[in-house]
Design a protein around this ligand. Structure first.
Ligand SMILES: Nc1ncnc2c1ncn2[C@@H]1O[C@H](COP(=O)(O)OP(=O)(O)OP(=O)(O)O)[C@@H](O)[C@H]1O
Ligand SMILES: [Mg+2]
Length: 263
């Protein structure tokens, strides 16, 4: 049994003994078997682990796309399990910026129109929407491509539009599942440099990746195995807040390279 975990208001994200069981007829798949994690504001975190270890299941729950079978999830001091479905959609739209691996932009729409979609859903007026979307495109270096359609952009630029869209609501947290999975290595480095810039500007970022090089850009690496946390390491210095919340965890020299990912 997991040890008792106490609610910690200093954490931007806290999951407590989270379990997820998928029922397939008579068979139960235990995708998460009691995971507890705290993430503080401003962290840049990679989630790694073999195929089937529970990474996407955990991300879907963190992103409020699905609910755990048991356990508690606090996001920005809201207990997500106690929130009704309508309000949940609102929280998801406002507080979480998603970057998906398959670039899910609308192909016949301009970059700026793709970026402003979350603000349309949020009911924001056109002028303010355009201003915010332009600001967001500029922050990813695409101010001069605002009126290009996705099929008139390079792969890296398309991914940057997806990141601009994730940023436009000023979310509490940016979540990315394999954000560089479809990109060549040069473009991947470009995208990771962008995530690092966003991190230095104070954004909180959680990403799933199989690639040690990509994880090496993060501060902290959590490894899942069979639905449990196998390790939780820091490879870059902690912020004072992180040290306060997590305790003083010694730096690991090069953990990203010292493990072989099984898949
Ligand atoms: N909707 C579902 N119904 C039943 N079982 C599922 C479902 N989604 C995931 N699983 C099972 O839960 C486990 C964890 O799956 P998950 O998708 O979280 O793995 P992952 O770590 O993201 O793997 P990958 O690296 O391949 O994306 C797997 O054994 C998977 O087969
Ligand atoms: Mg997955």
């Amino acid at each position: 049994m997991g040890m008792a975990v106490v609610r910690d208001q200093r954490a931007m994200i806290q999951i407590v003994d989270m379990r997820k069981v998928y029922k397939m007829g008579d068979v139960e798949v235990h995708a998460l078997r009691g995971v507890s994690v705290k993430i503080t504001k401003g962290e840049m975190l990679a989630v790694m682990g073999p195929s089937g270890s529970g990474k996407s299941t955990m991300m879907d729950i963190l992103g409020c796309l699905s609910k755990p079978t048991s356990g508690a999830y606090f996001l920005d001091n809201v207990e997500i399990g106690k929130v009704g479905d309508n309000h949940l959609a609102e929280i998801r739209n406002k507080k979480i910026g998603f970057v998906f691996q398959s670039f899910n932009l609308l192909p016949r729409m301009s970059a700026i129109h793709n970026v402003e979609l979350p603000l349309i859903y949020a009911g924001m007026g056109r002028r303010e929407r355009r201003r915010r979307s332009m600001e967001s495109l500029e922050s990813v270096g695409l101010g001069d491509r605002a009126h290009h359609k996705s099929n008139e952009l390079s792969g890296g630029q398309v991914q940057r539009v997806a990141i601009a869209r994730a940023l436009v609501t000023h979310p509490a947290i940016i979540m990315a599942d394999e954000p560089t999975g479809n990109l060549d290595s040069k473009t991947s480095v470009e995208i990771m440099e962008l995530f690092e810039k966003l991190h230095h500007e104070g954004n909180t970022i959680v990403m799933v990746t199989h690639e040690p090089d990509i994880a090496g850009h993060c501060q902290r690496i959590i490894r899942l195995r069979d639905g449990e946390i196998e390790s939780d390491e820091w490879i870059k210095p902690m912020t004072p807040l992180a040290r306060e919340v997590h305790g003083d965890i010694p730096l690991t020299a090069s953990p990203a390279l010292s493990f072989a990912d099984d898949d």
